[in-house]
Each structure stands twice: as C-alpha cells, then as structure tokens.
Design a protein around this ligand. Structure first.
Ligand SMILES: Cc1cc2nc3c(=O)[nH]c(=O)nc-3n(C[C@H](O)[C@H](O)[C@H](O)COP(=O)(O)O)c2cc1C
Length: 264
C-alpha cells in the first residue's frame, strides 16, 4: 500500500487552502454578526455627542445628574431633515440619512466656490439634519451638525443653540486631527465652557462669532460674540470660527434658523 506523504505538494496546498477558507468564514461571519452592534454603538456615540453639545450630558458621563440614560435623554429630541437652500423641512428617512456622505454625492450636494467655502469643506449637502428639543411645548434646544477644516484635517461636531435660536448653548467635536495640547484643545472642557451664552448674530443678522486673543471690554456689543482663541493654535482657531460662521450663515442653516426664529 502507498504510504501517505504529509509533506507532498498536494497535501500542503490542501491544508493551506483549508486554513484560508476557515479563517475567511470566521472573519466574514464576525463582520456580519457584529455589524448591527457596531451600528448601534455608532448611533449611541452620536446621541452622546448631540446631548453633550446641548449641555444635557456631562463630559465623560453616560447618564445625566438625574440618572437618565442617553437613550432616555435623546428620546426628547425630534430629528428632522432640512433643505438647506430653502430652510424648509423635507420628508426623508432620517435614521438612514448621513449628511456627510451626501456631501460626497454630486446629485445630493453642491460645489462651493472659493469665496463661499469659508469652512473649506469643498461640497455642501443639499439636505441636512436638525435635532429639536421642546420643553413645555416651547423650543428649548436646536442642535445642528457642523464641520470645517482646521490645520490637519476636517473637524466634525455639533453646535447647539438655545430656544431663542440666536444664543449658543454649546459646541463639541467628535472627530478631528488637531494636535493634542494645541488645536486639540477644542476638546478641553474649560474652553468648551466658554461657548454657552455667546451670541450668534450681530444687529444686522450676520453671523458674528469671533475667536479672539484679546477680549473686548465686558458689556460692549462686540464682547457678546467673542470666545477665547486657542493659544498656539491660530489655524485651528480660525477653522472653528469659520465653520461656526459657515453653518449658521446663508449657505448653512441660516435660512432654516431664520424660519425657526420668525415662525417658531
Ligand atoms: C508639531 C506641531 C503641531 C501643531 N499643531 C497645531 C494645531 O493643531 N493647530 C494649530 O492651529 N497650530 C498648530 N501648530 C502651530 C502652527 O504651525 C502655527 O504655528 C500656529 O497655528 C500659529 O499659532 P499662534 O499664532 O497662536 O502661535 C503646530 C505646530 C507644530 C510644530
């Protein structure tokens, strides 16, 4: 009887192919099984970012002071899609819509000219999302997604406004590539604490937020729009100022926020 040769070319190839097959089945099964969990975690993360920007969830906490969970707190928000050109609501499946992805699709976004593109985003989606919270039937918070270029890359975050739709309630970024200790100080809770109460628009209704090295005298009209610049990070600072102005201006959520202010 012929002896079995485990080192034969055929056997080596068979074992190698079998191992590859088993490994690929394990990896693809894990990818498919874990996908819903990944999506759930991503959604939870975004909810936390929105709640933190709105000042409803302390930094690093997963429940508020009354022990309410992220899902409970977020359930108080209504999510709507908005046509950024008209400022009107549009009817789409908001759970499946990603404004950042839409900005990469030519038919769902518009190109921005150099003059228009102060946030250096290249293209702007036609439709974006807003997160609205009411208290006793009155608008309490409006949260909008914002993004813009800093020094090393695009910062992505949320800007929250008070119910008057002209006072900032908070700003937070969930993704950026700025240097820790310099531009990365956008995540510093002490700097973030400077944003609530800052006025968005000047008397002529133009976005007026300014990040400054030297503050105007307290009580002056200019001081209402001012936030401290990040020290040693002029380029990130300029990026943040520009992105806030862009997304609250005419090419961002300006028309929508205007509608909300005037018609409620
Ligand atoms: C390694 C390194 C990392 C830097 N990271 C940042 C940054 O994240 N954001 C920023 O605005 N400037 C950063 N800078 C500094 C800029 O190059 C530039 O000098 C600075 O924005 C000027 O700010 P200032 O006028 O406040 O000093 C970095 C510089 C170095 C050398």
């Amino acid at each position: 009887m012929a002896e079995f040769n485990k080192d034969s070319l055929g056997n080596v190839l068979f074992i190698a192919i079998a191992v590859c097959l088993v490994c690929s089945i394990v990896v693809s099964t894990a990818a498919v099984v874990l996908r819903p969990m990944q999506k759930e975690n991503q959604e939870l993360d975004q909810k936390q970012n929105i709640l933190r920007a709105a000042g409803l969830l302390p930094v690093g906490a997963t429940v508020d002071a009354d022990g309410r969970t992220v899902d409970e707190l977020f359930a108080e928000f209504e999510v709507r899609a908005v046509d950024l050109d008209t400022g009107e609501y549009v009817d789409i499946d908001v759970a499946e819509y990603d404004p950042v992805k839409a900005a990469k699709i030519p038919s769902e976004s518009r190109d921005l000219s150099n003059n228009e593109d102060i946030a250096t985003i290249g293209r702007r989606e036609n439709v974006s999302l807003v997160y609205l919270r009411k208290e006793d039937g009155k608008l309490d918070k409006v949260v909008i997604p914002v993004r813009g270029y800093g020094l090393w890359g695009t910062l992505l975050g949320y800007l929250a406004l008070d119910g008057d739709v002209e006072t900032i309630s908070g700003l937070g970024f969930y993704f950026h590539k700025e240097t820790p200790g310099l531009g990365g100080e956008v995540d510093n809770p002490n700097w973030k604490a400077l944003w609530p109460g800052v006025a968005l628009y000047d008397d002529s209704g133009e976005p007026a937020v300014r990040l400054v090295k030297v503050r105007s005298p307290e009580g002056s009209s200019a001081s209402r729009y001012e936030v401290d610049a990040l020290s040693g990070a002029t380029l990130t600072t300029r990026g943040v100022e520009n992105l806030v102005r862009f997304w609250t201006g005419d090419l961002g959520f300006g028309p929508y926020l205007n509608n909300l202010r005037t018609t409620g």
